[in-house]
Design a protein around this ligand. Structure first.
Ligand SMILES: *[C@@H]1O[C@H](CO)[C@@H](O)[C@H](O)[C@H]1NC(C)=O
Ligand SMILES: *[C@@H]1O[C@H](CO)[C@@H](O)[C@H](O)[C@H]1NC(C)=O
Length: 286
């Protein structure tokens, strides 16, 4: 694991961040939400907000991407206390994999029991349409399979076990509640369920790479989420993952389509609201 014998952070460092937050906010959320790129609007729906820009929080990583908010938002959603990460850390930005997942252990030390992760993803499954919402039922941790697993290094038992089971990473009961909520909201027709494959990016995939990922059984591809989910499972959090399908990947050499970030952001802007409404109603039920 990239010559990392020890972990990047000690238990005491995560604890220092968590204790500082606990002494600066009265809310004790049981649910944390990591908002994907362009999906941070969810945090604006919170009532009675307390906002901490990342750079104000001791030991918390800070965001480098212009236009990414980069703040923790505590508040109430549907009567539930929640904490939202508005702006996540991506490996492609140059953070090491344990910095990418730093906030998740802090959430656990705050008393959070459920993690909801959202992202924008490319559709690999030919039956998926732009604007669909995919419940993640499983993932392929492509970086993790080749050494970039956030659990590499010394294992601190206070967080979890050395050899983590991930075949049950995405909570079936939560997914069932989420599905029912979507049906009640009348957006059942855009619901999908599938396998999310993480790649590091920042390049979008080549035609050959897309075909490879399809062969592996992936339905959607993106550059985030999986490290956070692994660390969340390690410390015993229940996880629900949602991907907004923002583009269809190109698998044909004759295609004139090309992936670009502006289109992804534009689609996200148009479709984000449904996803946000879905998460919001769901919060009221868990
Ligand atoms: C709003 O937040 C403040 C500070 O965290 C807290 O003292 C207060 O009780 C909260 N009010 C409601 C209605 O939740
Ligand atoms: C694509 O999605 C559909 C419906 O969600 C699913 O039945 C199918 O197995 C998936 N995979 C492929 C390769 O079509």
């Amino acid at each position: 694991c990239v010559s990392q014998r020890f972990s990047r952070y000690t238990y005491e460092e995560y604890k220092e961040t968590a204790d500082w937050l606990l002494s600066h906010v009265e809310q004790r959320p049981k649910v944390a939400i990591i908002c994907g790129s362009g999906l941070g609007g969810l945090a604006d729906l919170l009532d009675n907000k307390t906002v901490f820009p990342y750079e104000k929080i001791p030991r918390f990583p800070t965001t480098t991407v212009p236009g990414h908010a980069g703040q923790l938002v505590f508040g109430r959603l549907q009567g539930q206390e929640v904490v939202c990460m508005q702006g996540r850390f991506h490996f492609y930005e140059g953070y090491d994999i344990q910095t990418v997942t730093y906030p998740v252990r802090v959430f656990s030390l705050l008393g959070v029991k459920t993690l909801i992760v959202t992202n924008a993803a490319g559709g690999l499954n030919g039956t998926f349409n732009v604007g669909d919402i995919m419940f993640i039922k499983d993932h392929i941790n492509l970086p993790g399979l080749v050494g970039q697993n956030p659990l590499c290094g010394h294992n601190d038992k206070r967080f979890g076990v050395r050899f983590l089971c991930t075949s049950d990473a995405y909570d079936r009961d939560l997914r069932a509640v989420a599905k029912q909520t979507a049906q009640e909201q009348g957006c059942g027709h855009i619901l999908r369920e599938g396998v999310y494959c993480m790649v590091t990016g920042p390049t979008y995939e080549t035609v050959a790479e897309c075909r490879l990922l399809q062969t592996l059984g992936a339905d959607a591809v993106g550059m985030s989420t999986v490290p956070e989910v692994v660390v969340a499972r390690h410390c015993g959090l229940r996880v629900l993952g949602l991907s907004l399908i923002t583009n269809k990947v190109v698998t044909d050499y004759d295609s004139d389509m090309t992936a670009n970030h502006e289109d992804v952001l534009e689609t996200t802007r148009i479709c984000a609201q449904l996803l946000q409404e879905l998460v919001s109603s769901l919060i009221g039920k868990i």
